[in-house]
Design a protein. Structure first.
Ligand code: TXA
Ligand code: MG
Length: 327
């Protein structure tokens, strides 16, 4: 059910769970200080109990009230990049009320989302909002209210429709607590290059996809539609398949001979165009809805025509998501 922001604030105050828009993906929001509300988020998502929730704030000052300290490098990055698609790992004081949201961990991941509706909700609530992506664990993250409705519509107390997410993939997560290095825990649209331009002297270590288990979520299969997806190097290897779909870029699609494409389509097959490799921002924005469209086709097996997404922050972010969905 679509609700307005005022209703969302009221529901959150009463300990309910509502889906909210952010610039990255929709979040499943709860009052981060309310243990029962947090428990509902885990139940609705069917989320493993050891996988902590990102906490959303409306300002740096609000974050300061809850954490041990905001290290200088972190503050600098926050001032420059937030509100925006980047999240920071920080230390909590021993008696923190955020420990329910962090599953007992002494570190919290904080984020100031760049979406006016959500910022206003957090401000009015005047409490942090815990919000993992608004999908059943293991399903793709939603980038529109309709995608939330399709996955969790009958489980949430309401969905705030804030339009389509302008980034389309989850926030970058970094640990910038140390003076000596910044660790990238999850790739996103803001990456090494952007961070380095602001902090040229600091060493940046990229552990995404390597050091599994740093963020509990990294050990679980993620972002996956119901359909199994297999990577292929060329169209010719699957040309004789039936009742399948091929995910591919605009460029790879255009490179296939039109007569061959038609023949493929005549055998109950589909092409799912991910977008142009020349515009990764657009591709990222549509990425999860393209994946979710697979589920509607009712096919058990699909293929992904491999791409080199390059070394830009967004390219790496897309590459790591692809690696998590392909079998
Ligand atoms: O863009 C985003 O970050 C979105 C929107 C809704 O804000 N949120 C999001 O949350 O992607 P989620 O729960 O789907 O992914 C958060 C990741 C998970 O892998 C989780 O394990 C990790 O961050 N995480 C959260 N809190 C943590 C903590 N205290 N310590 C270590 N890892 C944490
Ligand atoms: Mg998620």
């Amino acid at each position: 059910m679509i609700i307005g922001p005022e209703q969302a604030i009221q529901l959150l105050k009463e300990g309910n769970v509502v889906a909210v828009p952010t610039e990255t993906v929709y979040g499943l929001a709860a009052d981060a200080l309310n243990p029962e509300a947090i428990a509902k988020v885990f139940e609705i998502k069917n989320r493993p109990a050891d996988n902590p929730l990102i906490c959303h704030f409306y300002s740096l000052e609000q974050i300061r009230d809850y954490v041990k300290e905001i290290p200088i490098a972190t503050e600098k990055l926050m001032m420059h990049f937030t509100p925006g698609p980047i999240s920071f790992m920080l230390d909590l004081p021993g008696d923190s009320p955020l420990k329910f949201a962090t599953c007992g961990s002494e570190q919290v991941i904080v984020r100031i989302p760049d979406h006016p509706i959500l910022l206003n909700i957090i401000k009015e609530l005047n409490r942090p909002v815990a919000a993992p992506s608004a999908n059943t664990s293991g399903k793709v993250s939603p980038t529109s209210a309709l995608m939330v409705e399709n996955d969790l519509g009958n489980k949430v107390d309401g969905i705030v429709d804030g339009g389509e997410c302008k980034v389309g993939i989850e926030s970058t997560i970094i640990d910038s607590r140390s003076k000596h290095e910044i660790v990238i825990l999850r790739h996103g649209v803001i990456g090494e290059k952007e961070i380095q331009s602001l902090l040229p002297k600091v060493k940046i270590r990229d552990v995404n996809g390597l050091e599994r288990g740093v963020t509990p979520g990294s050990k679980y299969r993620h972002y996956a539609p119901d359909t199994q997806i297999f990577p292929v190097d060329s169209f010719s290897t699957i040309v004789h398949e039936r009742k399948t779909a091929l995910l591919l870029s605009q460029e790879k699609f255009e490179a296939i001979n039109p007569a061959t494409r038609d023949k493929f389509l005549q055998h109950q097959n589909y092409f799912i165009l991910l977008g142009s490799m020349k515009n990764l921002s657009d591709l990222a924005r549509n990425f999860y809805s393209m994946l979710a469209s697979l589920d509607r086709l009712g096919i058990s097996k699909a293929f992904f025509l491999k791409e080199d997404f390059g070394t830009s922050s967004l390219g790496k972010a897309l590459q790591t998501r692809i690696e998590k969905i392909i079998s």
